[in-house]
Design a protein around this ligand. Structure first.
Ligand code: 5GP
Length: 135
């Protein structure tokens, strides 16, 4: 597996504006910030899907995200610190912490919801519920 851009940052091969590091997690400013204080919180283990992290690393990652979000909130005073897990560009699990200074930065508040039939909604809810029972 080739090193991801984040593994290269972890190895010190690419510079970053680091805000936190311990044995398992690193956090640094996003190079293309959506707002002032946009931070990426990244497990050092190079794994694509955040959901595939072992439970201990997963819990530690989110605890670190919480600590950093509280520091961002205190320092930069946004309305909220938004959280995004996407990973469509970099296949190395990470959490985006995006300070929201207005309602448009993350554009999650659609003017209208997606039009889905009641039957489809019932099917989606039931299929997720059944999958959970199977896990
Ligand atoms: P995603 O994979 O969740 O869509 O986004 C990956 C994020 O990584 C993007 O917001 C992008 O700006 C950020 N990114 C990509 N390459 C670098 C880099 O070399 N340094 C830093 N600090 N951020 C990066």
């Amino acid at each position: 597996m080739d090193d991801s851009i984040f593994t290269k940052i972890i190895k010190g091969e690419i510079p970053c504006r680091k805000v936190y590091e311990d044995d398992d997690v690193i956090a640094f400013l996003d190079i293309n910030p959506l707002s002032d204080g946009h931070v990426l919180v990244v497990p050092k283990e190079q794994i694509d899907l955040i959901w595939d992290l072992d439970n201990e690393t997963y819990a530690h990652l989110w605890q670190t995200a919480k600590n950093i979000a509280q520091a961002i909130q205190a320092e930069l005073n946004p309305l909220r610190v938004g959280v995004v897990v996407e990973g469509l560009d970099v296949p190395h699990a990470h959490i985006h912490l995006v300070p929201l200074y207005d309602r448009d930065t993350l554009q999650l508040h659609h003017d209208y919801p997606v039009d889905i039939s009641d039957e489809r909604l019932d099917n989606i809810a039931n299929s997720i519920k059944e999958r959970l029972i199977a896990i």
